[in-house]
Design a protein around this ligand. Structure first.
Ligand code: SF4
Ligand code: SF4
Length: 373
């Protein structure tokens, strides 16, 4: 089945139409009318950005989507789940404070902010999926409670998933804290002792106090992981700037991607026909907005995509990113020519296309799409 993906480019040629105005048209053309019925409680699923990150979706653009939902008679609220790691969004209080500091206040976005899995990430509903790994997944209650959902995803790279778009936003983004642990549970990181500098940065990010820094025989300080406490969240891997933590990419990461895809399936299972997906191909950075920094974009801004199909919108996003020329002097060190795989160049071991294939197998959508400008 061929799914429609609507596209508006980043350029505002001749200054005739601003990006927010172009977004208005895209939201209408890609099916908001069929998704939102008058009186619907509409979850606007997005990522508020970690403190220090600057590349999350601009609240000015989010406001336009909120206004469109209200125009259709819906009652929008902005939502995300708490994080597993100990950053600035691990509980609802810190999370909302970070969101407001990043510009997502009622005054700017025109909608209330509701954390989907409650104060400490324990508010969830079980959803049956019958996947390769899980029969049931734990989805934040306030995602399930929604009548319809508009999923706003910032497209960028990701150290584990290779590529972050709608499916990652649904999978990692809608699972509650225990769900996130279950998705990561096959990861077993190890410290490369000879490369560890004993700086203890990884300790600050570990949600389970599974790491300590100890002196070895030669007086060298190294990090040590307690395998009994470790839940495999990979935060230490991402936090270590000396590349001193290793994980087994092929077997372990592939399983995490499949688990994440099963969670994505669970997040929309009860409202497959009541979801719209808007992917923002702007500020296409190498890493996730979960980081407390934003590195420089690796390709130029492309534009915005809208669809009723999460698989198709992610496939189109990948294709459009890879079609761009790579920007030199960034995290990208190869595959600069248009058409070369930028995501594989950033994360050679990530099989991101498996995620799209598995999402299609689970009935979430189609990898065949028609791009409509
Ligand atoms: S593993 Fe990395 S972050 Fe942790 S102590 Fe060693 S060098 Fe520092
Ligand atoms: S992967 Fe394990 S050791 Fe590393 S931060 Fe997560 S829980 Fe801690």
């Amino acid at each position: 089945m061929l799914s429609e993906v609507h596209f508006t480019g980043r350029r505002c040629v001749g200054h005739r139409e601003s990006l927010p105005e172009k977004l208005d048209s895209l939201v209408d053309n890609s099916g908001l009318e069929e998704v939102v019925a008058p009186g619907d409680l509409v979850a606007v699923k997005l990522h508020f950005g970690e403190k220090g990150n600057t590349t999350f979706i601009n609240p000015v653009l989010v406001r336009r989507v909120v206004d469109k939902i209200k125009e259709k008679g819906g009652k929008p609220y902005l939502t995300d789940t708490n994080t597993l790691y100990v950053g600035s969004r691990a509980n609802a209080v810190d999370h909302l404070q970070t969101a407001v500091e990043n510009g997502f206040s009622y005054a700017t976005v025109g909608a209330p902010l509701v954390i989907a899995d409650g104060m400490r990430g324990r508010s969830y509903r079980e959803v049956e999926v019958n996947g390769r790994h899980f029969n049931r997944v734990n989805i934040g209650s306030n995602i399930i409670e929604a009548d319809s959902m508009v999923v706003l995803s910032h497209v960028k790279g990701h150290i584990l998933t290779g590529f972050g778009g709608a499916i990652k936003n649904l999978g990692m983004g809608c699972g509650n804290r225990s769900g996130k642990q279950m998705m990561h549970s096959s990861l077993k990181p190890e410290v490369k002792e000879e490369e560890c500098r004993g700086c203890a940065t990884c300790l600050e990010w570990c949600p389970e106090q599974a790491l300590v820094v100890e002196e070895k025989g030669n007086k060298q300080k190294v990090a040590v992981i307690d395998p009994e406490k470790c839940v495999g969240c990979a935060e230490c891997f991402m936090a270590c700037r000396y590349n001193s933590i290793k994980i087994k990419w092929q077997s372990e990461v592939d399983a995490v991607l499949e688990r994440m895809t099963e969670y994505a399936c669970g997040a929309v299972k009860d409202k497959l026909d009541k979801c719209q997906y808007i992917n923002f191909l702007l500020d296409i950075i190498p890493d996730c907005d979960c980081n407390s920094w934003s590195d420089a974009p690796v390709v130029p801004d492309v534009g915005i995509l809208g669809s009723r199909d999460p698989v198709a919108v992610d496939c189109a996003s990948v294709d459009l990113v890879n079609r761009q020329p790579g920007i030199r002097g960034t995290a990208l060190s190869a595959s600069f020519d248009p058409g070369e795989d930028k995501i594989k160049a950033l994360y050679p071991a990530s099989n991101y296309s498996n995620t799209l294939e598995y999402a299609e197998e689970l009935g979430m959508g189609s990898r065949d799409y028609k791009l409509i400008e």
